[in-house]
Each structure stands twice: as structure tokens, then as C-alpha cells.
Design a protein around this ligand. Structure first.
Ligand SMILES: [Mg+2]
Length: 274
């Protein structure tokens, strides 16, 4: 992996005069990871940056997260943008109509797993079972480390009967395990689906996709982006489909500032893009 700011000259050349389609994960990428999903906040300066970017006809923003669509929209709060919740299963934005086909009994199964997990994990402190409509998240960031193995065992036992006949899929993330529908659809496919639509007024320039994310689940998107544009991982460099990395959400903000300066001119006096 290359540190993006170290390769900045090359990256700038690559960006050139293209229109930019910027895909952004939320938690851990734009907003610092919080103790509970509710507590996560988009920093004010980042929101201002994104707002200004969203006004540029040569930049398109798409927010892609594991959160529920409505939850993600209210956390980000930018008007002129595309939003995708539940890791791509929900999608909304200008000129977008989208509904994934889910197995008939899937939603009922999710409800059943939720009730069972609520009951079985009742005694473990810090567990959060989040019903996100199309998916279910078992958060354990606040669970004591000595309880985690037991919690995972409970989860495996609960999920096993549905996993055997592929009624659900299971996906681990950062201090979270998720139950998802058994469909071939992920962040990568959403990115491709969106790239096929033409959202740009000016047809003269090419479109350069940029995807920034911090979790294993973002790898699906890195994989489809890596040869087309910039795949940027947020965190300590590791084995990944992403070619570049940034250290944390502060550096993501810095990257967005640099892009804004390129596409908009100087941001404002005294607020230097480092
Ligand atoms: Mg994330």
C-alpha cells in the first residue's frame, strides 16, 4: 500500500481534469468511530467541505454505509447527494429508483433472529442488537473482552440453522457481526451500478471514481474501483485491494480539502489545505 499524500503528485496527475465520482463510507471514514452508532457525529468542518463539493457540477458524492438509509441521511445531511444504506441494499438520490429483490421469508427470519439474540444476550453487558430493517447488527464494542467469545458462540448457534440452507449471510466488521440477506449484492456492486449511470452534465471529461472506506466490508468496493480510479483505505496499511491509504478520518478531511482546492480554488483565507 502507498501512503496517499506521499504519492500526491502522481495522484493529482491521475485525477487530471476528470469529473469525480466520490464514494464515501461514513463511520471511521468521515466521522470518528463512536462508542455506539447513535453517538457518531459528522464533524462540522467536514460537512461544510462536503456541502461545497456537492454544489460543484463536476463532483458527485455518494455516501455508502452499513447504516439504515434514513439513519445515514440524517447523520450526513447533505442535500445534493446519493445515499446508500445497509451496505448497498438501500439506495436513494436524484434520478435513482432501486429496490433489491429479497427472498420472501427473509424479513421474518431477521425478526426471529433479533428476538432470539435479545433473549440470549440479555445478561451480557454492553451488547447492542440493532435492527436495521434489511440487516441486523450485533454490536459488541462495549462488551467486556472476557464476554466476547461467549457472545460470538451465542451468535453462531443462533445463526447456524439459517446459514445451513443459505437463508442469511453473515458478515463480520469492526466490533460488529451482521446478518444480511443471501443475495449477491454488496458495496462493490452498488458502486458499479452507479458508475453505469451518467450523472454528469459535462460529457467532455472522463469520470474518475474514488472510494474511501475503513472496514473489511469496503474491500468489495476497493476491488471494483482499483483499476478504474482511486481506492483509498483508512487506517494502518494492511493487505487490501486498495492501493492507497490514509491514516484516519482527519486525513480524509485533508484529502477532501485538497480536492476542493483543485476543483473550486482556495477554500478561504487562513484555512489552508496542508
Ligand atoms: Mg466504516
Amino acid at each position: 500500500m502507498e501512503y496517499l499524500f506521499k504519492s500526491w503528485d502522481r495522484v493529482e496527475k491521475k485525477i487530471g481534469r476528470n469529473n469525480l465520482f466520490i464514494f464515501l463510507d461514513f463511520d471511521g471514514t468521515l466521522a470518528p468511530i463512536a462508542l455506539t452508532p447513535k453517538k457518531a457525529v459528522l464533524p462540522k468542518e467536514v460537512k461544510q467541505l462536503l456541502e461545497r463539493m456537492s454544489e460543484n457540477p463536476r463532483v458527485r458524492l455518494a455516501f455508502i454505509s452499513g447504516r439504515r438509509l434514513e439513519d445515514l441521511k440524517s447523520k450526513v445531511g447533505i442535500k445534493n447527494a446519493i445515499y446508500s444504506g445497509n451496505h448497498g441494499l438501500e439506495l436513494s438520490g436524484p434520478k435513482i429508483k432501486f429496490k433489491p429483490a429479497l427472498p420472501v421469508r427473509y424479513q421474518m427470519i431477521i425478526g426471529r433472529i433479533k428476538r432470539e439474540l435479545d433473549r440470549k444476550t440479555f445478561c451480557i453487558r454492553g451488547v447492542l442488537v440493532e435492527d436495521k430493517g434489511l440487516t441486523l447488527s450485533l454490536h459488541y464494542r462495549l462488551v467486556k473482552s472476557r464476554d466476547i467469545a461467549g457472545l460470538k458462540k451465542i451468535f453462531q448457534e443462533t445463526a447456524a440453522p439459517y446459514l445451513v440452507n443459505s437463508k442469511i449471510k453473515v458478515q463480520p466488521g469492526k466490533r460488529v457481526i451482521e446478518v444480511r440477506p443471501p443475495v449477491e449484492w454488496d458495496k462493490g456492486r452498488v458502486v458499479l451500478w452507479l458508475l453505469e449511470k451518467n450523472f454528469f452534465a459535462s460529457k467532455n471529461a472522463g469520470v474518475m471514481p474514488i472510494y474511501i472506506g475503513d472496514d473489511v466490508i469496503d474491500e468489495d468496493a476497493f476491488r471494483v474501483i482499483k483499476n478504474k480510479g482511486l481506492a483509498i483505505f483508512v487506517g494502518k496499511p494492511k493487505k487490501s485491494y486498495a492501493r492507497y491509504y490514509l491514516k484516519d478520518h482527519n486525513e480524509v478531511r485533508n484529502f477532501l480539502e485538497r480536492i476542493l482546492v483543485r476543483y473550486h480554488g482556495r477554500i478561504s483565507e487562513g484555512k489552508r489545505a496542508v
